[in-house]
Design a protein around this ligand. Structure first.
Ligand code: GLA
Length: 400
């Protein structure tokens, strides 16, 4: 080989090394949340009543009450932990409610084998009127990394005409620049269709306005900008979004209300089952320090959680609807299907899933296991039918 040929070969090798590492960097941009994130967030139950005592006692409870064992990992303080900025522009935590500071609190949560999350906003102010991150994105990201933050929920209040993709990309890049792995939760309420552009920017994006702890209701926010919705109204808005979710990038139908008292335990079981099947982030929002046993049983049902955490990361979808009766199904990595027979009506109904609706040939015998009863129900061919109570689900796994 003459000099020219070997120089050319060297250049080709160098160029392909460069391209390979660029591709690698792209893939590694943020390789977090390969399955939907699981954790707890203060907002749904405690709103602005947050403090280091609350967060410590929640972490204590989660580490010992079966939540951590079931896979719940992130302990996230939502709005109202922050009071202002210091003379150098650094964000300042409320000294009255967080006297030991955020770093000490993150260390405490980590010492329990859990991860720690914070909240901010892409505007100048958060939704509760605290200081947002606009214009301080890199400074805030750096501070979060120094404190040991593992998860950032980033809200959308006071953003006016700001472009959502630009705003979320700015904070995403700022988090990346810190070098600390931080899950990025985009809370834009679905207004600018984040499912179309959010992959590679955030690990999860809200698809709707805020959940409220009721079966069904639709209310506008006082300024008319968005809305507060019941559980099933949120579910309806997930239809058609399933193809946008996958490992590292999830549709977020908002945090769980399970255990907050506004729905029946039957309705909470439906809520949890649907969130699991939707491959939604499972972020508990109740007082996990004092849950009734039935609530803990819902939140820690390992067979239902296994559906949510399936490594293939398919989001489930509605495969049949007949008035108040619906069938939802999720393809699992072992070829089985997780299926929800859902009755939204006021009285008991028979609900059937056909093999055709879940992509199996009708002649195929398949085993059916009930994920709430924790029982094998038997082998069925062509379809499976169950009686489903009002506002209830029967959730099964069907495996040929
Ligand atoms: C918005 C978000 C909620 C919560 C509050 C906090 O409404 O959508 O999830 O974070 O702000 O003020």
């Amino acid at each position: 080989m003459n000099w020219n040929a070997s120089a050319r070969l060297g250049l080709v090798v160098l160029a392909s090394m460069f391209l390979a590492s660029a591709a690698c960097a792209q893939v590694e941009r943020n390789s977090l949340a390969q399955t939907p994130p699981m954790g707890w967030n203060s907002w749904n139950k405690f709103a602005c009543n947050v403090s280091e005592d609350l967060i410590k006692s929640v972490a204590d409870a989660m580490a010992t009450n079966g939540m951590k064992n079931a896979g719940y990992q992130y302990v996230v303080i939502d709005d109202c932990w922050q009071v202002g900025r210091d003379e150098d522009g650094f964000i300042v935590a409320d000294p009255q409610h967080f006297p030991s500071g955020i770093k000490a609190l993150a260390d405490y949560v980590h010492s329990k084998g859990l991860k720690f999350g914070l909240y901010s906003d892409a505007g100048a102010k958060t939704c509760a009127g605290r200081v947002g991150s606009q214009g301080h994105e890199y400074q805030d990201a750096m501070q979060y990394a120094r404190w040991g933050v593992d998860y950032l929920k980033y809200d959308w209040c006071s953003t006016f005409t700001r472009n959502a993709e630009e705003a979320y990309s700015t904070m995403s890049n700022a988090l990346l620049a810190t070098g600390r792995p931080i899950v990025f939760s985009m809370c834009e309420w679905g207004t600018a269709k984040p499912w179309l552009w959010g992959k590679g920017i955030g690990n999860l994006w809200r698809t709707t306005g805020d959940i409220s702890d009721v079966w069904s209701s639709k209310k506008k926010w006082p300024d008319g900008s968005c809305c507060q919705m019941g559980m099933v109204d949120i579910v309806d808005l997930q239809v058609g979004l399933e193809s946008f979710a996958g490992p590292g990038h999830w549709n977020d139908p908002d945090m769980l209300e399970v255990g907050n008292g506004g729905m029946t335990n039957t309705e909470y079981r439906a809520h949890f089952s649907l969130w699991a099947l939707l491959a939604a982030p499972l972020i508990a929002g109740n007082d996990v320090r004092s849950m009734a046993p039935e609530i803990k049983e819902i939140l820690t049902n390992k067979e239902v959680i296994a559906v949510n955490q399936d490594k293939m990361g398919r989001e489930g979808r509605r495969v049949a609807k007949n008035d108040d009766v619906e069938v939802w199904a999720k393809e699992m990595s072992d070829g089985s299907r997780a299926v929800i027979l859902f009755n939204r009506g006021a009285s008991e109904s028979e609900v059937a899933v056909t093999w055709e609706a879940i992509g199996y040939p009708s002649h195929l015998p398949a085993k059916v296991r009930d994920l709430w009863e924790h029982k094998d129900v038997g082998s069925f061919t062509g379809s499976y039918l169950a009686k489903v109570g009002s506002h209830a689900v029967v959730m099964v796994r069907i495996a040929p």
